[in-house]
Design a protein around this ligand. Structure first.
Ligand code: SF4
Length: 444
């Protein structure tokens, strides 16, 4: 077993996991030329000097550090003169700082890095959204070392197909993204664009709210999600996967080291949500609370507040899973059947999920939810300006196709001011204990 662990840039983390099979740490810029997989506002800045010191500590322990350059959308800046040259400079600066490898999603960037630095390994990010062996082979031919799965985690035909094709696979184990998420494409683009210079147009990613509402409406989605229990790593090993990734760049040292230890021990007897990057309730709840404090007085806010409060006290009893849970899923063809027709995960949810101590069958999902897009303008940096707006202006239109007025966004760059200027000259890495939005969704 090999673990790939998020770092919060606390040197103490490296010491705390010194006895665990962590081969590689990963982290990234809050803002960079290409952008990456997390919105900058959840990641405190770290100076290049601090990064260099952190890399020294990592290297002293014989571990590696991969930098995340895993944007899946360059905002068309790649067509601007000089952009590619600046990217190559940025990569060179990171290599000079001691970065050992990169996590990348876009083939263009993979090709450039591999051409300039043929000895520097590149892992293909979950942001590349690999779902077929052929896709992975393209990246391997470009020189990628590993491909990282997240959406396809439980697609064992894919996992086995990749390993049969001798493509080294890494799987991300602790995200709670819903399976076959329809919001994912938009979410990954949002994270990528908002972590580029000038991308500071928002303080909360609306797709997380959309995702959270799916869970609020049907908590069994917590089970059909894409996480992997520590107890089930061996099934992946049987399929030829030995490299497991743990996300949580904005989490505490105590949390990261605890989760790495639990996955090493392959056993956890508590609430499974304790060790997952569970984004669907805490983040939206905090965002709605902030909207209530600082945004316009939207009449619909209490509906959303109530919906998420209902899941405030949700748990997944990891001891209560049947021993064959993941093996059963591994034998299914989940990609080609409907969960509502299958019903297996819902039956497991009834056994292991508790909402205020009750099984999901006793839970009453909200029936009166307005469309979530009415909140979207409030997640922009203009939220303060919006406080002046009237409730009537911001209420959902009665007809779903009726135009809804959007606020004028503040000039781009607000977040870059908060987190330091564009890191082209001096990279500004991110780290530290997190925000109310946890680890976002989609990972590296
Ligand atoms: S198809 Fe069945 S086993 Fe697969 S995720 Fe859906 S409910 Fe679970």
């Amino acid at each position: 077993m090999e673990l790939v662990l998020a770092t919060n840039f606390d040197d103490g983390l490296i010491e705390k996991v010194h006895d665990l099979p962590v081969s590689t740490f990963f982290g990234g810029f809050p803002v960079s030329l290409t952008g990456a997989g997390r919105p900058p506002y959840i990641l405190p800045s770290v100076s290049p000097e601090k990064l260099a010191r952190h890399l020294e500590v990592i290297h002293r322990g014989g571990r590696k550090f991969f930098a995340t350059l895993n944007s899946n959308d360059l905002g068309l800046h790649e067509y601007e003169p000089g952009f590619l040259g600046k990217f190559r400079e940025e990569v060179q600066q990171m290599v000079d700082l001691g970065v050992d490898g990169f996590v990348v999603a876009l083939p263009l960037l993979v090709e450039i890095i591999r051409r300039d630095h043929p000895n520097v390994p590149v892992s293909i990010s979950t942001f590349a959204r690999l779902r077929t062996v052929n896709q992975a082979e393209y990246f391997r031919k470009m020189g990628a070392e590993h491909v990282i799965l997240e959406e396809g985690n439980r697609d064992f035909r894919l996992v086995r197909g990749l390993t049969r094709a001798k493509i080294p696979v890494e799987v991300l184990v602790n995200q709670t993204c819903i399976r076959d998420c329809p919001f994912r494409g938009h979410h990954l683009n949002t994270s990528s664009l908002c972590s580029q210079p000038g991308g500071g147009k928002l303080w909360f990613e609306h797709p997380i709210l959309q995702c959270g509402l799916e869970v609020v409406k049907d908590p069994s989605k917590l089970i059909s999600s894409i996480w992997i229990r520590p107890e089930d790593l061996s099934i992946y090993e049987e399929a030829g996967v030995h490299r497991f990734k743990i996300s949580g760049r904005n989490r505490s040292t105590a949390w990261l080291s605890k989760v790495a230890r639990i996955y090493t021990e392959r056993k956890y007897e508590g609430n499974l949500l304790d060790i997952l990057s569970f984004v669907q309730v805490k983040g939206p709840s905090a965002a709605i609370e902030r909207l209530g404090r600082e945004g316009p007085q939207l009449g619909v806010l209490p509906n959303f507040e109530k919906a998420f409060q209902a899941l405030d006290n949700v748990s997944i009893d990891n001891k209560a899973f049947p021993a064959g849970f993941m093996r059963r899923i591994a034998e299914m063809d989940c990609e080609h059947i409907s969960c509502s027709t299958c019903g297996y995960c819902a039956s497991i949810a009834e056994r292991v999920v508790r909402i205020n101590g009750e099984p999901p069958s006793r839970y009453h999902p909200p029936q009166d939810l307005p469309p979530s897009y009415v909140l979207l303008p409030g997640f922009g940096q203009a939220v303060g300006e919006m406080a002046e707006r009237t409730e009537a202006e911001s209420s959902p239109p009665t007809h779903p196709r009726a135009p809804h007025p959007l606020p004028v966004l503040s000039p781009a760059g607000g977040e870059e001011e908060a987190h330091g200027p564009s890191p082209l000259g001096r990279p500004s890495f991110s780290s530290g204990e997190g925000s109310s939005t946890d680890d976002g969704a989609g990972a590296v």
